[in-house]
Design a protein around this ligand. Sequence first.
Ligand code: NAD
Ligand code: GLY
Length: 363
Amino acid sequence: MNSVTVSTPSKKYYVHTGAELLSAAGEIAAPLRGTGKALIVSDSNVAPLYAERVQKSLDHAGFTHQLHVIPAGEQSKNIHSLFPLLNAMASFGMTRADTVFALGGGVIGDMGGLAASLYMRGIGLVQLPTSLLAAVDSSVGGKTAIDLDAGKNLVGTFYQPDLVLYDTDTIATLPGEQLANGFGEIVKTGMIRDERLFKASAAEKIDAAAIANLVHRCVEIKRDVVRSDEKETGLRMILNFGHTFGHAVEKCSNFSIPHGFCVAVGMALITAACVKRRICEPEVYSRLVAALRVRGLPAATRYSADDLFASMMADKKRASNTVTLVLPREIGVVERRKVMLDEAREFLEEGLELTKNAQEAVA
Ligand code: NAD
Ligand code: GLY
């Protein structure tokens, strides 16, 4: 088992990565949270696969528990699922001494985290990520959210979990597309902070042990970033590399394209524009696109600049008439640049122009 300690101004917690951790969830959580009430929040794909392991473990540790299941997918990450979840917490009679166990991918982690932060102004939260994307990114760092019709993650809080347990056995049931989805965020983490991680993420052959190592390294990097900027006032913005245009692709697709695929496209667009502007060498773009190809991720989009820009307007990262873009300089090095919206549109158009004839998968 690998462990990382995340220390933020608001909370300090462990992120454990290893085999059979779902079956140990109750035992590991009990000393941290006490054995009160536990609401397992999960989705319709993950609950049939893994809820029983968590239930048995909670039984064994002495928790009283219930299971709340939400239909799988981004379409559930909204107010219509959040309210029934909050009502379920109230009907169960939960108090601040009790704990939400968010068992699933980023959708469940983001919404379960938001519910835990809102209910009684904050109760316990254990993140049990089951998707690769949730393991490497969303379960760590305390961002919680739901989407609005106007855009992604427009309602949310910063609320750190009390514990994160990534059971590497869950990768066995993860569909291939979801593995690629997680690699979108792994490639991103290499691009912003660590060339070695980037190279490892682009290896032709990759086994479960190698993936566990990649998860561990991503969590270490996220720990370092979040420790120095919990509330995204500066450095943490680098974690949004590829997201400004990626979220626009996601919204244009009505959330039908997985998040990591959209981030992949967003990284390709912004990197292509940076080559044009000589912010980075062409090799940065070609290596990025090669890594995305190896992992089965797209590097171009069929949506128009008009459609993507309209979607960007609603993105929460837009402060008045500016947006902070994260620009690659080298593999492993990025800079933050606050630009006017007109200039952001120019970056987008340049990225679309340069990627349109690429022989790469299109989202
Ligand atoms: P998801 O939660 O929809 O999971 C993807 C799919 O995989 C779902 O169908 C789910 O049921 C299934 N699944 C998950 N684990 C499985 C397993 N072990 N076996 C079989 N099926 C499994 O999506 P995601 O890609 O995990 O997360 C995307 C979400 O995370 C987006 O909403 C995104 O905005 C958010 N996100 C948040 C942060 C953050 O910092 N909070 C960071 C990145 C992404
Ligand atoms: N996923 C971006 C962040 O946690 O800040």
